[in-house]
Every structure is written in structure tokens, then in C-alpha cells.
Design a protein around this ligand. Sequence first.
Ligand code: FAD
Length: 274
Amino acid sequence: MKTEISIEFFPPQTPEGLEKLRTTRQKLAELKPEFFSVTYGAGGSTRERTFAVVKEIAAEGFDAAPHLSCIGSTRESIREILAEYKEAGIRRIVALRGDLPSGMAETGEFRYANELVEFIRAETGNHFSLEVAAYPEWHPQARSPKDDLEAFARKVKAGANSAITQYFYNADAYFHFVDEAKALGVDVPIIPGIMPIVGFTKLARFSDACGADIPRWMRKKFESFGDDSDSIKAFGLDVVTELCERLLQGGAPGLHFYCMNQAALTTEICRRLG
Ligand code: FAD
């Protein structure tokens, strides 16, 4: 059976970055993803760039899913964005709370992602298919795992169709999360987010910030490679492919790749998965 995959991009800041992303997209299109999603900067900082990439993807005939975060926004500004996307023929949105950009103190008219999901449903009915974020290793600001799980269930009950997880390297965390979510009555697909490993130092820093655990055995091994980027890449490919295999064997309904606007690793992992 074909595994459904989706692939995430960030909107580039330069014309060269945009051109490179077009080439990346052409290569990744060979994997026949269900959709390409495009991230949205904190506080709406990439609003125009996200929209521009989304429109290009849609014009190429792919299903494009803009991410949309609500913290720091007004209802009116979200309403405008929804109208733009509707007019552009977009049918899927990744609905998030997001994080306040540094220096911004006002949370705006939305506090949590479930309020955004509710708002989108109230404004646009079933026009958009809505994805929300899930955290198998828990969101870093969550008061407790129980609270986080309940917050997740609230987002789904507010009208999400599907969820994409934060990346993780421990398959058991995912299976545990899915079991607990099911026990709370969540019955939408929970797609694991997969982060291919390009380099270790940056990944370690980023993982600390977003609360994703790099298991000790992996960390020690990456550290032992020092600057040997070929060994880091080779080991990274092995562990991430094995993770995907375990997830799919255990019933994961698809894979969402955080490809970091690069085609090679995602393509190689999918090739190895067959
Ligand atoms: P929420 O679901 O609102 O949860 C945020 C926190 O609040 C959690 O700790 C939750 O437990 C808690 N919470 C929820 N409801 C309540 C309540 N009623 N009372 C008390 N606590 C509550 N960030 C970007 O800036 N741009 C992107 O494009 C982007 N894309 C992402 C895509 C995916 C698949 C994922 C997993 C994350 C993405 N992020 C993105 C990161 C995300 O914005 C951050 O993790 C953010 O801190 C939380 O957003 P959320 O939608 O998960 O928030």
C-alpha cells in the first residue's frame, strides 16, 4: 500500500532562495506528496511570503497548505487571510497558536490554537481541511502531559480533521501519545512529523528549544563524529529511516517531512522505504 506523505517548506527570504525552492519542489514532486505545506512566521512576519509560495505551489497543480498562527492577531486580520486563501482556491490550512515574536507582549484576540480552529469553522464552515499540531513529547510550555493532551483533544473537537506531530526520534513516545489521544476520544489521523538530519549542532539547539528529545545513544554517536559531516549524514539517514519503518509498521497513517527546503534526504529516506 502506498504511504501518504506530505512535505513542509519555509518561505525563503531571497529571490535565490525562491528559485532553489522551485528546484527542490520539482524533485520532491516525484514522491507524489498529498500536499506541500508552507510555514508562517511568528506574529504574521511572513504573511506575504507564505502566501506567495502557497500560490506558486497551487499554480503548479499541487495541494498547498499554508500554516496560519493566531497569537498576536486580531479576528479581522485572520478573516482577511482566510478570504485570500479561499479566493486562491486553497482547501487546507495548518492551524496553530504559534509563538509571540520577541518584543511583542500582546497576545491579541486568540490565546490558543483551539480558538483559531473554532474561528475558522465559524467563518468558513467546512471549506478548509484543518490540520493541528500534536506533541508526543509534550509541548515545552504545557503545565502537565495531561493538560497538553486535553488541549490537543480540544483542538480536534473544535473541528480539526487531522494532526501533524512535532518531530521526535523515539517511536514509543508517538505510540503512547496516539493511544492516550484515542482513549480521550480523538479519532483523527495523527501523522508523525519527521525531521531528516542534516547536521547535529543546529538540530541539538533547535530540539532544546522546541522540546524534542534526541536520545542519549544518538547524541553520543553524533558527537563522536565531530566535523565529519558524511558520517553524521549517513548515521542520520539510517536512524530516521528506521524510525519511519517502525512508525509505519506500528500503524502510523502517513509521514510529514520537515524537509528544510532540501530534497536530497527526504528523497533518500522515501527511496529506502520503498
Ligand atoms: P496550542 O495547541 O494552542 O498549545 C500551546 C500550549 O498551550 C501548549 O502547551 C498547550 O498545552 C497549552 N494550552 C492549550 N490550550 C490551553 C488552555 N486552554 N489553557 C492552558 N494551556 C493551554 N510555529 C510557527 O511560528 N510557524 C509555523 O508555521 C509552525 N508550524 C508548525 C507545524 C507543526 C506541525 C508543529 C508541530 C509546530 C509548528 N509550529 C509553528 C510551532 C508552534 O507554533 C509552537 O509549538 C507553538 O508554541 C504552539 O502552537 P500550537 O498550535 O501547538 O498551540
